[in-house]
Design a protein around this ligand. Sequence first.
Ligand code: 2AL
Length: 247
Amino acid sequence: MKLLIVNPNTSRPMTEGIAAAARAVAAHGTRIEAVCPSFGPLSIEGHFDETVAAAGVAEQVKRHAGPGAVEPPDGIVIACFGDPGLDAAREVSGAPVLGIAEAAFHAASFLATGFSVVTTMTRTCVIAEHLVQKYGFEPRCRGVHGTDIPVLALEDGGAGCVDAIEAAAREALVRDRSGAIVLGCAGMAALCAELSARLGVPVIDGVAAAVKFSEALIGLGLRTSGHGDYARPLPKTYLGWAAPLGW
Ligand code: 2AL
């Protein structure tokens, strides 16, 4: 099967790192293709970044999985913790589309009664909190914690950031009475094994979780509902720079 991983930011090193993390857990026979938008922010650290990045996700999903796409994917993963453009992508493709935050929340909930999220900039905490509410995970998510690590500090794998993330996670486990840690940025994927070993509790990287859940859904023959709000977008003209995104 083919999985399309869309990194919503435009950092090529981070896109490659996310692809490596996805390939590390992918089953034999799963092919990973990782892409990022042709425009938009190098990192996503706030609402404006995220809004522009969501349009970039729409661009890539339409290009790779929309009408006329050559060899469309069997599944799609949106690899930024704000899950930008997730609902839009589900309108474009009948293949399952998973966001890494949603996948990580589900995984953590299988493993602990409560989890904490450790993320990058403190200002992005509210984005994760909004997703917790949207997805209905308030009973399980006991806290979202910023480290003020800039996303691009994680571009090379983030080895220099592991101590700070560990410290924040340790504090969260105690303060929140949590049993698991969710990593709140796709750029933290390469640190998951090291943090798991150091912390001794389940540490969930959403990229890996989304890849494995995608494989499971595809294996079950399940597809995104095309009924109701996830029906294909209505045909219409888009103006200006968005003209190629029209239907
Ligand atoms: C992210 C992420 O996963 N990628 C990005 O650019 N920003 N999320 C975050 N909380 O910093």
